[in-house]
Structures are given as C-alpha cells and as structure tokens.
Design a protein around this ligand. Sequence first.
Ligand SMILES: [Zn+2]
Length: 175
Amino acid sequence: MSQPRRRTAATRVKAEYQHVVDFLEERAPIWQERMGLGHFEIEHHYLDTGSGLLLGASPKNRPAGIRCSFGATGDLTYTACVETRWNYQTADVYFFLASAVLWDNKRLDEILVHEYTHILTAVEQYLLETKLEEVASAEEMASTEFGILAQFYYDRMEMATENAARAIYAGWKGK
Ligand SMILES: [Zn+2]
C-alpha cells in the first residue's frame, strides 16, 4: 500500500483564518494529482502572520530555494512561498494567513497552483541560484549590484512560473 505523500504541519490558527486552511486542504490533493506531483511529499505550513518573519525585508535576505506568490503590500506582500528539495522530491509550502485571508477562494486556488508550479520547475531555479552564486563570487560584486542582478533573474523566473501556472489553471477552469 502506498503512503500518503502530503502532510500538514500540526498548527493551530486563528479562528478567522480557519476557512482559508480548510479550502487549501481540500484543494491541495486535487492539484497535486492533476499536476503530476503525486510522487512528491508536500508539507503545508500555515502561519498566522504576514511573511516578514520568515522572509526578511529584502529578496536578497530570503533563504535560498524559496519562491513566493505576491499578496498585498508590506508584511502582507507575500501570501505563500515554497521551498523545494527536488533531489529528495519533497517540498514545504508556507501560507501566510494574514495575507491569504484577503483573497477569495478563486485567487487562493490560483496561488496554490502557482506554488505547486514552483515545485515543478525547482530544478531550473536551482540552476539559476547556482549561477547567481558563481557570478557573485567571481566578480566580488557590491551587495546592491548583486541585489539588482538577483532581482533581474528572479523576476523572469516568477513570470515564467506564473505563465505556466495560468496555463495549467486555465486547462481546469471551473473544475
Ligand atoms: Zn512565485
């Protein structure tokens, strides 16, 4: 018998966020199956806060391997992010509920697909990050210069991810 490949970190969330968690938990196994991610072990983490605590103020301080979905502004800038260890076929998705609660279910569904698309393309992202590290160490870049270059790469990675996510979402419209 096969083991379940998805887990939810044991977390208690504020009552006003519970409907967000319930919706995402209902949709997650559906998208995992549709997107061919059944062989991945995906763990969901639900945080009561905005994204500031986990991600830091600037993209440069963000832990490697983490990509995000945009939310509103400030500490609510990111609604979710994902950390993928593609070589072990595991991923952790973090949902920042103070931001997530601002969206309706359709948008939450799109965000879920976006994060899972990052899991699909994690190998490409790894290449990008390796290349960035190489460039930074070879050229002894100033941190502002590095920040600009990193943003340049990440913006394109995000756009490619969002394009793919929209195509996937459109294919299942209304289902
Ligand atoms: Zn993203």
